[in-house]
Design a protein around this ligand. Structure first.
Ligand SMILES: Cc1cc2nc3c(=O)[nH]c(=O)nc-3n(C[C@H](O)[C@H](O)[C@H](O)COP(=O)(O)O)c2cc1C
Length: 230
């Protein structure tokens, strides 16, 4: 916070832009206070209806990490069965060695705490994503590094961490002090805004009109009065 009580926009943007995946860490453990501080960031994330569907299981002990490693290895074997159906660019890298990660936070979401109002709505999944990103940014602001790993068999993850079956397993955020800060620069730059943003219409540049042929189709569908009203 600044002295005026407002959030420091430059610092927030710096945390957002400098956050890149880090996969190698010093073995140094994180203090309870630091972990609580990070979890607090997740607690304040947005969630549908304030249902707060997200749950976190904190994994610090070697025996639990070994169970994570076993699930990762088995998930990898199962993945090999259908890997050929994926595009080459989507091939799974080797599973992490969770024993080498100081702390693993396993995120789950309870769909009963974020019911769908319309077909296909996945509010609990989105809420978990928001909680994960908030925590990741808080970690980044404290000099920690992190990476996210989601390719783990759902049922097995719930079984080994005592999570009720109806929950959704979102993934694991592995955290620690980065061993090699250069590693955080190896991911490609994100796509430019022009590729991912459209104004009033999908992939339409600011100031440009939506494609007339598509508008004509929409006019047929909605009725011209309703569209021309806009
Ligand atoms: C849903 C989801 C699943 C992901 N799964 C993995 C994963 O299994 N392994 C991994 O190394 N990174 C995983 N990531 C991290 C992305 O690969 C990474 O954030 C992305 O390549 C951008 O790189 P950056 O984090 O360095 O900016 C995942 C991210 C998301 C949002």
């Amino acid at each position: 916070m600044t002295t005026s009580g407002e959030v420091d926009a430059v610092a927030v943007m710096a945390a957002i832009r400098s956050r890149r995946s880090v996969r190698k860490f010093y073995p140094e453990p994180l203090s309870d206070e630091l972990i609580d501080d990070l979890l607090e960031a997740a607690r304040w994330a947005s969630a549908s209806d304030d249902g707060q569907p997200s749950h976190v299981v904190v994994v610090r002990e070697a025996s639990t990490k070994q169970r994570l490693d076993a699930v990762a290895a088995e998930s990898r074997s199962l993945y090999e069965l259908w890997a050929s159906t994926l595009p080459r660019s989507a091939r799974l890298s080797s599973p992490p060695n969770f024993l080498e990660v100081p702390i693993c936070l396993a995120f789950f979401a309870d769909p009963r705490q974020a019911p769908a109002y319309v077909e296909g709505e996945q509010s609990h999944v989105l809420a978990a994503g928001m909680a994960i990103q908030s925590l990741w940014l808080a970690a980044q602001a404290r000099g920690l590094g992190a990476y996210f790993w989601s390719h783990l068999e759902q049922d097995q993850m719930k079984s080994i961490l005592g999570v009720p079956h109806h929950h959704y397993f979102a993934g694991i955020l592995g955290l620690g002090y980065p061993l090699d800060k250069r590693e955080a620069g190896i991911s490609p730059e994100p796509k430019p805004l022009a590729e991912i943003v459209g104004y009033e219409w999908f992939k339409t540049r600011r100031g440009q009109s939506p494609p007339p042929d598509k508008l004509a189709l929409l006019r047929d569908f909605l009725g011209s009065e309703r569209l021309d009203d806009r």
